[in-house]
Structure formats: C-alpha cells, structure tokens
Design a protein around this ligand. Sequence first.
Ligand code: NI
Length: 202
Amino acid sequence: MVKYARYMIGFTIYHLPFTIYHFSFIISIIKMEHLKYPIGRFKKPENIDAATINKWIAEIERIPNKLKELTDTLSEEELNRTYRPSGWTIRQVIHHIADSHINAYIRFKWALTEDNPTIKAYDEARWAELPDTQKTPITISLYLLNELHARWSILMRSLSEEDLNRTFLHPENGNTYSLRDMVGLYAWHGKHHLEHVKIALK
Ligand code: NI
C-alpha cells in the first residue's frame, strides 16, 4: 500500500509540469476564443418571429452611431490598437464592417430579385489589407455605414413574411440562408465588432 502511494505521488509529481502545461494551453485557447468572439458566436433562435426581426433591425440601425460614439475622439495611436494578438486594428475593424455590410446589402437585393441566387463570397482578410484600409480615414467608413444602414433598414422594414423566407446560396459551404436568418446574423455582426473596439480600447 505504501509502495503504491509512493508510486502515485511520484507519478503525479513527474506529470505535474505536463498537466500544468496542458491546463494553461486549454486556458489560452478559451481566452483566445473569448477575444475572437467576446459576445459568443451567432446562435440562431428556433423561432424568429416579427418581434425578434424588429429588435434585430433596430440593433442594425443603431450600430453606426454606436461605432461613431466609441471612435469619435480616437488618436492615430489608438486606431492602431488591436483587440487580440495578431488581430485587426480598430481602423481595420471599422473598414471591415463597411466592407461586410455593403456585401450584405447586395446579398439582400439579390435574394429579393432572383430565385435562390448564388452569392459571391469575398476574402475579408485580404480586403482588410488593401490600401484603402490604411489610407481612408475611419470617418468615411462611418458616414458610409450611416447612410448604408439607413437605406438597408428601410429595405428590411418593408419585408413581408414571404420576403423574409427568400434565400441565397453561399458558394463556399453550399448552405442556403434565408433573409430572416441574415437579419439576425448582421445584428450580431455589428455587436460582435463593437465589442472588439471596446476590448482594444481597454
Ligand atoms: Ni466581421
């Protein structure tokens, strides 16, 4: 028995560094997931009723203003801060939201005017590296988002139940998405990046 206890103690001490290593590795993965997805990943509710759609549209409408409030007085140094190691800078996040939502708006229009069209995917990481991201002041993307969201919201508010069920096909994963789901996804997307800006400024 003593021999067994000694063996177990020896075994535990011998493996302790590995255990600590694995534990800290798991913690760092959890931390990275949290920095990447501070409000969690988008979870589609089972039932998306009219009240949920209205709430989401109101959230999309508020995003440009919230972004402006957060970034209005930032210095060049602050705009270059990132929200996680090797993540985007605040400047890139703002320009990315404009890139993403321009694409989203066009996807809505395609789905409303064609029968389950195949949309065009885009390489968001490479878009965020193009020269306009460095050279354009963020105020231009903030104005763009303000005007775009105004027009997008008018379109979204005009959609009937039937319109909301219209779909498009994403060529990268072969999945079909309804506009009903997309309203939720982009309400999430705005809040998701808003949180990144807040983290970068902490
Ligand atoms: Ni994004």
